[in-house]
Design a protein around this ligand. Structure first.
Ligand SMILES: NC(=O)c1ccc[n+]([C@@H]2O[C@H](COP(=O)([O-])OP(=O)(O)OC[C@H]3O[C@@H](n4cnc5c(N)ncnc54)[C@H](OP(=O)(O)O)[C@@H]3O)[C@@H](O)[C@H]2O)c1
Length: 288
């Protein structure tokens, strides 16, 4: 099996690249060797690599910057996945694609299921929704996994690493408690994806479609931070003695976030017969 990972240095891509070599011949590309904003480049690279399975871990993920880089976010997140899906379909290749809880407005008040109506509040969310729709429109063999609050521990810019850094620099931390979703360890997300592949390309293809796939359960950012600091293996380095819950309007940002965008992942678990670990268990493992 020829496998192509796009975005192999991102949080998710790093973990996929770690797990996938045992499944076949692996090629991996990231920006600038692939530019998802460049349709011609996507097409020619797909012609060159002729993969059987493609993992698209690329994305424009700078949620606030996207508000002023609308066209770039739209090209990478909105149109690029559609081109990829077209090229995959030409070759009967299976495409794994990822989307976000930010396609929802957070007004539902309980975890979202796949058939709930999206209503993105931000340019990022809208561009990712357009990407989902472009993949569906091509109607090739695809699995789109909508996920949420992804963190890896490989780079300093991930949320968990940032929190650990703040805890060593400030006595008091203010964390929003009115944003609620599923913290998702990038490694767990990659492992769940690989479990689907393990069941076979045919099995996966027969179940093509859109699924929610994120850490089980949900938490506010405030609860998440408390858990991160409690599980910190080097707790003695922390100088933060108080963590204060605040509302999102205490930190005005260019992009509006949904308040309650937790994802209900039952459909994924039932369809693929795969159990998703509780977000706290994944965080424990990640911190270890
Ligand atoms: N992070 C989250 O909290 C979160 C939440 C919900 C859903 N998701 C979704 O989950 C998936 C994986 O996210 P992640 O957190 O692993 O993202 P990430 O760490 O930001 O990785 C994205 C990758 O895409 C690359 N990229 C950026 N612009 C590109 C372009 N024009 N062409 C090709 N590659 C480009 C990045 O390269 P550079 O580093 O060089 O820019 C990076 O390697 C994405 O679909 C994302 O939308 C993420």
């Amino acid at each position: 099996m020829k496998i192509l990972i796009l975005g192999n240095t991102g949080q998710l891509g790093t973990e996929l690249a770690r797990l996938l070599p045992r499944f076949g011949d692996l090629a991996a590309l990231d920006y600038p060797d692939i530019d998802m904003a460049d349709a011609g480049m996507i097409r020619s690279l797909l012609r060159k690599y002729t993969p059987d399975v493609i993992f698209n871990a690329t994305a424009y993920t700078a949620v606030d910057k996207a508000e002023s880089e609308i066209e770039l976010a739209e090209a990478i997140n909105g149109r690029g996945p559609g081109i990829l899906a077209e090229e995959a379909k030409k070759r009967n290749a299976l495409l794994f694609h990822y989307s976000t809880d930010f396609v929802f407005d957070g007004e539902k008040g309980k975890p979202y299921i796949e058939t709930d109506l999206p209503n993105p509040l931000s340019i990022y969310g809208r561009s990712k929704l357009h990407g989902e729709q472009a993949v569906v429109a091509v109607d090739g063999d695809y699995l789109t996994f909508r996920t949420s609050w992804v963190y890896g521990l490989e780079n300093e810019s991930g949320f968990v690493k940032k929190v650990l850094g703040w805890s060593r620099q400030h006595n008091s931390l203010k964390i929003v408690d009115d944003q609620i979703s599923n913290p998702t360890w990038a490694r767990m997300l990659a492992e769940m994806t690989v479990k689907v592949l393990e069941k076979g390309v045919e099995f996966a293809t027969e179940r093509k479609g859109l699924y929610h796939l994120a850490g089980a359960g949900f938490a506010s950012r405030y609860e998440w931070v408390k858990e991160i600091l409690a599980l910190d293996p080097n707790k003695s380095e922390q100088i933060a003695t108080e963590i204060l819950p605040v509302k999102s309007d205490a930190f005005p940002l260019p992009a509006q976030r949904p308040t309650f965008s937790a994802l209900n992942c039952d459909l994924f678990q039932e369809t693929f017969q795969i159990k998703i670990p509780e977000w706290q268990r994944s965080l424990e493992k990640a911190m270890r």
